[in-house]
Structure formats: C-alpha cells, structure tokens
Design a protein around this ligand. Structure first.
Ligand code: ADP
Ligand code: CIR
Length: 337
C-alpha cells in the first residue's frame, strides 16, 4: 500500500508519521486486519476527530505505535498506565441530580462491549456476525424481571418503526459515514437489531459500532438508579458471555475512545440561557463532552444538550459518574445564575 495522504486534523493525521507508516505498513493480525482497515475511516473523512477503528483485539498490540499515541492524546493514558474498574454504585448519591426536574430531562449510561475472540465490525464476516448475534441473543433471552425483554431484528423493523425508535433515542441511526468508511456497514441490516425491555429502560444494540452497546436509561436524573440497573445487567450477561478485554486497556472496543470502561454516561440537559461557548468551557473544565440532542454529529435542538464523560479509559466507572455529577451541577448553577 502506498503511503496515504491524510487530510484534516484528526489524531490519525497527527500520529501517522512516515516512520510509523513504514513500521506498520506490512503488519497483519491473526484475523487479517491491516493498517488500511484501521485508517480507512479517517482517510475518507478528513473531518474525523480520531480517524481510526481497531479491527480486532490484537490490533491494539500489533498497531500500538499508531494506537498508543492516539489513546494517550484522547484519554491521557500513557504506556505505563493500567486501567482499573469500579462498578460499585454504593459510592454514588442516592438522589436525583436535579430533584425539581427543571433542567435534566433524561439520563443514559451505556457500555460498549465485543465478544472475546471475534473480529470487530471493520472485518467481521457475514457468518461470524450471525454467530455473534446468536450468542448475544442466547444470553439476553435468559434475563429476568425488569431486564427481561424482546429482540427486534433490524430487517424485521419497517422504516417508520425504525425512524420512531431512533427519534425516541432507542435505536442507532443507519448510514453513519464514519462507520461506513470503516467497513462496519457491510451486509446491512443483516444480524443487527435491538433488544428492549418492557419499560424501555434497558436496551442492547447488537452489531452496530461494537457487537454490544448495553444501555440503561430513564427520564429524570437519578444517576445511581440508572447505573445500578446497568451493573445488574452486566453481571447477568458476563455470566453467559465472555467479552474482549485486556489487562492494560480494560474492555476492548473498535473506537479507541471507548476503551477501558467502554462507558459513556450522559444526561440530556436543557440550557436555554447559557451561550454555547460557556457550556463548552464548563464541560471541558469538568472533563465532559457535549453532543447534540440526537447524539454524536448532531446539533442541540431547543437548548437540549447531551453532556457526558469524555474519558473512558484510566478512570473508573464511578469516578466518571462523579465527574458527570459535578459538571452537571456546575452547568445548572451557571444557567440559573
Ligand atoms: P453512543 O452513546 O452510543 O456513543 P450517540 O452519541 O449516537 O452514541 O447516542 C446514541 C443515542 O442515545 C442518541 O439517540 C442520543 O440522543 C441518545 N442519548 C444519549 N444520551 C441520552 C440521554 N441522556 N437521554 C436520552 N437519550 C440519550
Ligand atoms: C471520528 O474520528 O470523528 C469518528 N470516527 C468518531 C469518533 C468517535 N467519537 C467519540 O468521541 N466516541
């Protein structure tokens, strides 16, 4: 492969130096992942923030000269660091963040997971993807009580139902151009789908950016309750599934931004007075990231922002949630001042 021209200001453009390119250009993982798979999305989308996706677990060691600096730049997690997890909700406040419900509309905590020993989205084959779906469904079908629900395969959902579920924040959007360029959307919509419990407070996205996006969400701002439901679901699922994980990097995900905890905890918060630059500045000071009302790469509508932890690696789940609590309190104070 000839050295690609990488436009833009992505972390890929910053760290794929001629030396790194030379060192990695002929490498290949056990599942056949090559440098061209990793960088396809960033090459085709010059406006990428990151620009790379890992094709399997081994990508993180085979392509470490490119991925380690990207991981360090995004998470502040260096080569000598080791990820630590803390899934104990006991350390969180047992009350809503915004008790009067004036600002926070809803709370969502999701983790990204992939199955151990399967290739990730960029290179997974048609049959392997179906095998992954079957294994995941086998585990989901055993869930009981509040977590019990039903699976809706994407091919069986008519376009109007899909659009309604996306609008209600319950389903991923089709056609993401970053994922498209990364090879994730091959054979779409085969073997993709969503599992929903009756209350729509627990859901699992299957075979989108990662093989699983395990999600707990509800109206209001009771972060501890939302997180506790997620932790309970994770414990149940981990008894039946084995997830891709490394001792240093924690849970392994296709996008390096999701490594470690794999967790993005977010609230939808309505901030109609604060200028957007001030929202961004307060979020940044608290280690938070701001997205639009319909998620990544969307705009805020009616002053409703999606505010979440930016770091997911080198921080425990509980620390990330505390960071979110502190940042949201600061935003609410500034909005009300
Ligand atoms: P991800 O969270 O999987 O990284 P997105 O940014 O695309 O990806 O968000 C996925 C969906 O979750 C979008 O519909 C987004 O609006 C929704 N969402 C995120 N946070 C919340 C929240 N606190 N309440 C309701 N929906 C949310
Ligand atoms: C990009 O590089 O901009 C896309 N591949 C999306 C990166 C994911 N962003 C994130 O914060 N999770």
């Amino acid at each position: 492969m000839a050295a690609p021209r990488i436009e833009g200001e992505s972390l890929l453009a910053r760290f794929l130096t001629p030396e790194v390119y030379q060192a990695l250009k002929d490498r290949e993982t056990y599942f056949g992942v090559r440098l061209e798979h990793l960088i396809a999305s960033g090459v085709q989308n010059p406006d990428s923030a990151i620009g790379v996706y890992a094709g399997d677990e081994e990508s993180y060691s085979v392509f470490a000269p490119l991925l380690d600096p990207i991981i360090e730049a995004y998470h502040g997690f260096g080569p000598g660091d080791r990820h630590v997890s803390d899934l104990d909700p006991g350390g969180l406040e047992d009350q809503p963040l915004d008790p009067a419900g004036r600002y926070v509309l809803s709370t969502r905590v999701r983790v990204a997971r992939n199955l151990c020993c399967f290739p990730f989205g960029p290179v997974i084959g048609f049959r392997e993807r179906r095998m992954a779906e079957r294994a995941i469904l086998g585990a989901l079908e055993t869930l009981e009580g509040e977590l019990a629900g039903s699976y809706h395969p994407l091919p069986a959902l008519d376009p109007a139902t899909q659009a309604r579920l996306v609008e209600e924040h319950l389903l991923f959007k089709a056609g993401d151009r970053f994922l498209e360029a990364g090879g994730f959307n091959r054979h779409w919509p085969d073997a993709r789908g969503v599992f929903l419990n009756r209350e729509r407070t627990f859901l699992v996205w299957v075979n989108e950016e990662d093989q699983l996006r395990i999600i707990s969400m509800e109206k209001g701002s009771h972060l501890k309750r939302v997180f506790s439901r997620l932790v309970q679901a994770l414990a149940e699922l981990e008894r039946r599934l084995s997830f891709a994980r490394s001792p240093r990097l924690g849970y392994l995900t296709s996008c390096p931004t999701n490594l470690g905890t794999g967790m993005r905890a977010s609230v939808h918060v309505r901030l109609q007075r604060l200028p957007e630059e001030e929202i961004q500045a307060i979020a940044l000071a608290h280690g938070l990231q701001v997205r639009g009302t319909h998620g990544e790469h969307t705009q805020a509508e009616g002053g409703v922002y999606d505010v979440s932890n930016k770091r997911r690696l080198g921080i425990t789940e509980v620390e990330a949630l505390r960071q979110l609590e502190a940042g949201i309190r600061a935003l609410i104070r500034a909005e009300g001042a």
